[in-house]
Ligand binder design. Structure first.
Ligand code: IPE
Ligand code: IPE
Ligand code: MG
Length: 234
């Protein structure tokens, strides 16, 4: 079966922030700040490669179990990131090329403070003007929680579902199947990310920690993806 050279939808498990910081002799939490810079770069690379959808695992339902200090640091970083984007003027947009993409959030939004939820919906609304690339950010996202929520909705509706209807009940309903998933940090697991959309994904694992992920590595991965034969059972 012919493969599409460029993935239509690419996923990233952005892992290894704390180990990267420790390896640099920095405070572990400084790794999240560095990881945010990588995220902004990757958004630009994805957009410039003409990829239509990119989904980033930023915070899992299980990550709430980390220390209060770490969760507070991460929440402050999300808020700063959202405000940075929200207060941009059209002139800023010209230099700050990380924007210019449509943004969507997936996960349990109600876990966040109302002010943060408002920033998320404002950014979604404001970024609707961009049509090239859609960036999906998984925040307080857990694949099992998502499946259970969809099943409960199906039960409330009282009708059996087929695959298409079930998919439409997911938080990530509008997210296409992930063609290529990249996980940094050397771990070779999925960690509760997108069970539905990852069913037939090509997987690439790299030992590089997320803050050290480079454009060269990204380009090589796109080449590797293009060379893979996707059979999907055929
Ligand atoms: C990924 O890096 C970011 C989040 C999960 C929020 P980690 O914080 O998991 O860093 P490591 O994997 O412990 O190095
Ligand atoms: C997965 O990384 C979640 C995110 C990248 C947001 P974790 O560091 O939480 O995953 P495990 O604990 O290694 O499975
Ligand atoms: Mg990790």
């Amino acid at each position: 079966m012919a493969h599409t050279p460029i993935p239509h939808c690419i996923g990233f498990i952005m892992d290894g922030n704390r180990r990267w910081a420790l390896a640099q002799g920095q405070d572990r939490l400084a790794g999240h700040v560095a990881g945010f810079e990588t995220f902004k770069n990757v958004v630009r690379w994805v957009r410039d490669a003409g990829i239509a959808h990119a989904v980033f695992y930023a915070f899992s339902t299980e990550n709430w179990k980390r220390s209060e200090e770490e969760v507070t640091t991460l929440l402050a970083l999300f808020e700063q990131a959202l405000r940075e984007q929200y207060t941009q003027t059209e002139a800023d947009l010209a230099d700050r090329s990380e924007l210019g993409v449509r943004v969507r959030f997936i996960g349990q939004r109600h876990d966040f403070a109302p002010a943060l939820q408002q920033l998320m919906s404002d950014l979604e609304e404001r970024s609707n003007q961009y049509t090239g690339t859609t960036i999906w950010i998984a925040l307080s996202y857990g694949g099992r929680a998502e499946l259970v929520a969809a099943i409960n909705t199906a039960i409330e509706r009282g009708k059996p579902v087929d695959e298409a209807t079930f998919r439409s009940l997911l938080w990530s309903a509008a997210l296409p199947d992930v063609d290529l998933l990249i996980r940094t940090s050397g771990e070779q697991r999925i960690s509760n990310f997108l069970p539905w959309q990852l069913s037939y994904s090509e997987l690439i694992f790299t030992p590089t920690y997320w803050p050290a992920f480079t454009k060269e590595a990204f380009d090589r991965m796109l080449e590797e993806y293009a060379a893979r034969e996707r059979r999907r059972g055929l």
